[in-house]
Ligand binder design. Structure first.
Ligand SMILES: [Zn+2]
Length: 276
């Protein structure tokens, strides 16, 4: 688990750097994969991404601690994020045993928590569609990156009080996809892999027991929303994604506009907080 977590974080840092550099680059500017803290402090930047449990959590559970190798790798993510986005207060990144396969942003403690159980679930899920262990590992990494960006979206909406009408869960899924779809073939492949998790998850959902009151869209809907954004990011290149048992043509015709609007909306919302 730990070795795989280290690999995931290395990929996450790289994806974060490229994706964020790409989406917020000025026209003509060269994206950089090694963002550094800017020399001039952003006037709104009063906090940092920090590694470990928040002071609130540590006060409640003094024994909570993270293994050093995980701390070190999360440190890389924190440094990358601190060079990219301003925060009004500190936000804590951690891995934890949660008792369920999940990930959270907790506004009370300002923590983004990725659960070990969730990473184990990704592996179990992807093994149902892929036999090669190396490919499964890549898919697990892709799902981790997507879920981390999703939780980062919840965090940014909370700390900057960003407007989000409609379901916040859908809005942050869009952010995750936009960040992953950095224009590279690798980014697109990762985005498709991560989307497949929701298709796989939908197979075990009992239709008689679906929670219509839940804040999340149904897994299958999330899957189609995600692949619509992938297709819409480059409809000409992605025509292979449309068809029977793929993205229905009726939905596909709107996806280019859906992608453009989602990207434009998130760029507008985040632009005041992006460090240059
Ligand atoms: Zn969420």
């Amino acid at each position: 688990m730990k070795t795989s977590a280290v690999r995931i974080f290395a990929l996450l840092i790289f994806t974060l750097a490229l994706a964020t550099a790409n989406i917020f680059a000025q026209p003509g500017a060269k994206p950089t994969a090694t963002p550094a803290k800017p020399a001039v402090k952003h006037p709104l930047d009063k906090g940092d991404f920090k590694v470990g449990f928040s002071p609130v959590t540590k006060a409640r559970t003094p024994k909570k601690a993270m293994p050093k190798d995980e701390r070190d790798t999360l440190e890389g993510i924190a440094v990358a994020l601190n060079g990219m986005v301003a925060l009004p207060r500190d936000v804590y990144l951690n891995l934890d045993t949660c008792g369920e396969p999940n990930a959270f942003y907790n506004p009370e403690t300002s923590e983004i928590t990725m659960c070990y159980e969730y990473i184990a679930y990704f592996e179990e899920a992807f093994k149902t569609i892929e036999k090669k262990p190396a490919v499964v590992d890549d898919m697990v990494s892709d799902a981790f990156v997507q879920i981390f960006f999703h939780e980062l979206g919840h965090c940014l909406i909370d700390v900057w009080e960003l407007p989000a009408t409609g379901r916040e869960e859908d809005a942050v899924d869009q952010l995750a996809m936009i960040l992953m779809l950095d224009g590279s073939p690798e980014g697109q492949k990762s985005a498709i892999n991560a989307s497949l998790l929701w298709d796989i998850s939908s197979r075990s959902e009992d239709k008689a027991d679906m929670l219509f009151w839940d804040e999340h869209s149904f897994s299958k809907t999330r899957f189609y929303d995600m692949i619509c954004l992938v297709y819409g990011s480059n409809p000409e290149k992605n025509s292979f994604m449309v068809g029977p048992s793929r993205l229905p043509a009726q939905r596909a015709e709107r996806c280019s506009e859906e992608y453009k609007r989602a990207e434009r909306s998130w760029m507008k919302l985040l632009m005041p907080y992006i460090l240059d």
